[in-house]
Design a protein around this ligand. Structure first.
Ligand code: SF4
Ligand code: SF4
Ligand code: SF4
Length: 258
């Protein structure tokens, strides 16, 4: 008798859905995954609807009270809940609004219709429910998605790097963007969050001459003093890079200060 395939579902909250699109992209080149699992819910790619699933991949941030009940239902059903992408993992760009008074943000976005829409400060999934695994990045890396699915299928915890982007950058032999003379750097980023950002993207931004913006989130136990030293050598301060840092890490920054 053929063994039943694990049932997998995809859900989204506040997001651009780019991470789900990356999943679709990954499935096109890894058709074997479609043989290994049964997808019972994936609004962006399938008309199937199913409430019975083992693994839930959840994209997006929690930005409304009504999101919480839906997320808890998903959590109750899923044996494994995976935060899919930076919106779900860290709050990503959604949490930028947390840096401003909510009433102002609503007015900037919805104008006279601000009262029509519910919203509260954006949070990652882990602020509401237990998250078993995460796939970082904005968007996720499609190869990393495939590796995470493979690990889950054999009952292993996915191996997500916990070292900084600088490690990958140096292994590639890149010239550090902090060492590109200002006069020749042009519009390219002359600062970089690689020393404190989680690796796994193959240091793609510095490889093309741009500084890392921190989309994969901050590593556990970042060496903030070393980061400050790197900045000081480049004639910069922590304040000089806060605009870049909070692009993807505003939620963490606010939590750290709280
Ligand atoms: S992490 Fe980035 S690409 Fe993914 S849903 Fe959020 S904004 Fe879109
Ligand atoms: S600071 Fe940025 S550019 Fe420099 S080595 Fe680290 S990741 Fe590469
Ligand atoms: S280098 Fe930084 S900003 Fe670029 S993909 Fe990697 S983590 Fe994201």
């Amino acid at each position: 008798m053929q063994k039943a395939k694990p049932k997998v579902a995809f859900f989204d909250f506040a997001s651009c859905e780019g991470c789900q699109l990356t999943v679709v992209d990954a499935l096109q080149t890894h058709l074997g995954l479609l043989d290994a699992v049964e997808i019972v819910e994936f609004r962006e790619a399938s008309s199937a609807h199913g409430d019975d699933y083992l693994v839930a991949f959840v994209e997006g941030s929690i930005t409304r009270e009504q999101d919480e009940g839906r997320l808890r239902q998903i959590r109750d059903q899923a044996a494994v809940l995976v935060a899919l992408g930076a919106c779900a993992h860290t709050g990503c760009v959604n949490a930028l609004k947390n840096l401003h008074p909510l009433a102002d943000v609503r007015r900037w976005v919805y104008g006279d219709c601000a009262d029509w829409y519910d919203t509260y400060p954006a949070r990652p999934l882990s602020a509401v429910v237990k998250v078993d695994a995460f796939i970082p990045g904005c968007p996720i890396d499609r190869n990393e998605f495939v590796e995470v699915v493979k690990a889950l299928l054999v009952g292993k915890k996915p191996a997500i790097p916990d070292y900084p982007v600088c490690v990958e950058c140096k292994l590639k032999g890149n010239v550090c963007v902090y060492h590109i003379p200002a006069e020749s750097a042009g519009l390219r980023g002359k600062n970089c969050l690689g020393p404190v950002t989680r690796a796994g993207c193959d240091a793609i931004c510095p490889t093309y001459g741009d500084g890392c913006e921190g989309c994969r989130g901050v590593i556990p136990h970042p060496n903030r003093d070393a980061m400050a030293d790197v900045l000081a050598e480049a004639g910069l301060t922590v304040d000089d890079i806060m605009g870049r840092y909070t692009m993807y890490n505003a939620y963490l920054e606010m939590e750290t200060k709280a």
